[in-house]
Design a protein around this ligand. Structure first.
Ligand code: NAD
Length: 426
């Protein structure tokens, strides 16, 4: 039961027609042919597949994988399990992955996928069967040197392990040991990379550090708030702890909490692991969404879902920096308000690229049957993301533009150069 469409003629990616795409393309004078190519996803797969539930009845699920572009290398991007997952959204996220890998100077293209479900409604055994059947339905849409999934919202190392095991069961025995790099974000014992779990948060913190150094801003005693306390949000907070920065407020899908003297990110991570969300965290005040967004702090880290900072919510923010840990947390209208208020933005395609950078390091190790230590991984991540930060900063200076536009220009310049060198087949 699957529908696979390749190279739709009349379905430009949402991002391809977005204001940011056009602004960056206009400003740098992107070649018109390359611009047309980048405005479209290369392949879009929609799979409908049946899964038997614990009580014996069968449910049909819809899964997606959009492969936006692979001119720089294999398609790369996460899998998300969330009710909001649909083709339009996945298409947009896939395009952002193309820009992100290009900005980070990785030999990867961009992709994204997921299943439209609320995983909290299913048992662990049902989630395993859903994941395995989705992998089976995708078949050779994914592959170790073709398209490499990774964790995203509501997916983790366990989900990657199920995908890996299912994929390996579908290839001939002689190819199995050569296919371990079909996913990244795997458990360490299965060929995962030390430091991959914290990598996106680590990249966010390095980006904030670089931003602070450029401005002579001290992170010691700086205040910040975090939206989303899953993988990315909680690691960002834990990794900011050594700077003695103070976490004032946190919001997740269970509510928002505040503590003026500062929330301990380690204790909060333990609470969330046990209770499923931040609500009810002892000795913290419950606050509403509006109060959370209005909290005066130096830095706001959105690390949940997209579209949170809008024309309506941006006026509430009272911060100096928005460090975009989530993908697409700021709408174009929201960004205009932030600019008016003089709030800096570290754009998502730069700020949260630590995850895909360390995914690349994991992919290399799995390909070569190597296992690096944490110092080596952390050092390579720091050098890569700092180089990307400097490219974006310097491009913003050269073009006199905002950082998101500059980030897109960095990506488009690299993609354009490669298209010019390779030409268009036939
Ligand atoms: P996760 O599933 O571990 O955590 C998601 C968090 O968002 C949870 O705390 C959840 O409670 C919260 N959330 C969900 N709905 C919310 C709502 N309506 N209001 C407030 N909070 C809400 O996911 P993650 O891997 O931490 O991903 C978070 C963001 O970071 C996503 O935008 C993802 O695309 C992006 N990202 C993740 C990675 C990665 O390596 N995991 C890499 C790059 C970008």
């Amino acid at each position: 039961m699957s529908v696979v469409s390749a190279r739709p003629d009349s379905a430009p990616s949402t991002d391809g027609t977005s204001y940011q795409f056009n602004r960056a393309a206009d400003l740098m004078g992107l070649d018109a042919d390359v611009r047309r190519i980048l405005a479209h996803a290369a392949n879009e797969s929609v799979v409908n597949f049946p899964v038997k539930m614990d009580d014996g009845h069968v449910e049909i699920f819809t899964g997606y994988r959009v492969q936006h572009n692979n001119v720089l290398g294999p398609y790369k991007g996460g899998l998300r399990f969330h009710p909001d997952v649909d083709l339009k959204h996945v298409r947009e996220l896939a395009a952002w992955m193309t820009w992100k890998t290009a900005i980070s100077d990785l030999p990867f293209g961009g992709a994204k996928g997921g299943i439209a479900i609320d995983p909290r409604q299913y048992s662990e055994r049902e989630l395993e069967r859903i994941t395995r059947r989705f992998t089976y339905a995708l078949g050779d849409v994914i592959g170790p040197d073709h398209d490499i999934p990774a964790p995203d919202v509501n997916t983790n190392a366990q989900v990657m392990a199920w995908i890996l095991d299912t994929y390996l069961s579908m290839v001939p025995p002689q190819q199995r040991m050569r296919s371990m790099h079909v996913v990244t974000g795997k458990p360490i014992g299965l060929g995962g990379c030390v430091g991959r779990d914290k990598a996106t948060g680590q990249g966010v913190v390095i980006s904030i550090e670089n931003w602070a150094r450029d401005r002579g801003f001290s992170l010691k005693d700086a205040t910040y708030t975090v939206q989303g306390f899953g993988n990315v949000g909680s690691w960002t907070a834990r990794l900011l702890a050594p700077y003695h920065a103070r976490l004032l407020a946190v919001e997740d899908h269970t509510g928002a909490i505040m503590r003026e003297r500062g929330l301990d990110p380690f204790e909060l991570a333990g609470w969330v692991a046990e209770h499923g969300g931040v609500a009810g965290f002892p000795d913290a005040d419950p606050i509403d969404h509006r109060t959370f967004l209005s909290t005066k702090a130096d830095i706001f880290v959105p690390a949940a879902l997209g579209g949170q900072i809008t024309a309506e919510t941006a006026p509430l923010l009272d911060v100096q920096l928005v460090a975009e840990a989530a993908n697409g947390p700021t709408t174009h209208e929201g960004e205009l308000v932030l600019a008016e208020k003089g709030i800096s933005i570290l754009p998502d395609v730069l700020c949260n690229s630590g995850g895909v950078i360390v995914s690349y390091l994991e992919w290399l190790q799995s390909k070569r049957s190597e296992a690096w230590d944490l110092d080596e991984v952390d050092g390579k991540l720091r050098r890569k993301i700092t180089a990307a930060y400097e490219r974006v900063r310097d491009t913003a200076r050269t073009h006199g533009c905002d950082w998101r536009t500059a980030a897109y220009i960095v990506a488009f310049e690299r993609l354009e150069r490669v298209y010019m060198e390779r030409g268009i087949f036939p």
